[in-house]
Design a binder for this molecule. Structure first.
Ligand code: ADP
Length: 162
């Protein structure tokens, strides 16, 4: 059983993340989308909300599950019997940080490989941050995120405005 972990904040899950999940699900027996709390990033959605949204979006995919984790990623990967970590590369600007992270994780546990995947070109400009910004300004995000995520963004931002 080949298991890959896809870690991130997923605040919220976008179609770019989903594109990578689809690609990984074809290569691995099991994909675990692992959501980190990332308190320091001041997420818009709580950990429970991000988990519920991601779980709804990946529900049709038989070999994909959603989980949350705290602490060191390599410890979590071992705990879930994973062999590899997936990270996304959208542009050169992602590279430096991702390269450092991958090498650090290798230092912590050299048995765990990091695999970089590129999304479909139309998603290379997409990030959770930009989606939140567009939604905040009243823009239509329906082509960037799944319908449950778009609805959750509208609801959350309406609440934040009151
Ligand atoms: P983090 O806070 O760990 O960067 P994110 O949820 O922003 O969490 O992203 C998780 C991973 O998904 C990162 O490797 C990021 O580069 C990748 N990613 C984010 N958006 C996209 C996208 N549009 N296409 C491909 N990969 C993406």
């Amino acid at each position: 059983m080949r298991t890959v972990i896809y870690p991130g904040s997923f605040d919220p899950l976008t179609n770019g993340h989903l594109d990578l999940i689809h690609r990984a699900a074809k290569l691995f027996d099991r994909v675990i989308v692992a959501i980190a709390e990332n308190e320091s990033k001041h997420p818009l959605f709580s950990l429970a909300e991000r988990r519920a949204l991601a779980a709804r979006v990946v529900a049709p995919m038989r070999n994909v599950e959603v989980d949350t984790f705290a602490g060191l990623l390599v410890d979590y990967v071992n705990q879930r019997s994973g062999q590899a970590i997936i990270r996304g590369l959208r542009a050169v600007s992602d590279f430096e940080f991702e390269f450092q992270l991958a090498l650090m994780n290798r230092k912590l546990d050299e048995r765990i490989e990091t695999i970089f995947m590129m999304p479909k070109d139309t998603y290379t400009f997409l990030s959770s941050r930009i989606v939140k910004e567009i939604a905040r300004l009243g823009g239509d995000v329906s082509c960037f995120v799944s319908p449950p995520v778009a609805r959750a963004l509208v609801k959350k931002l309406a609440k934040a405005a009151t």
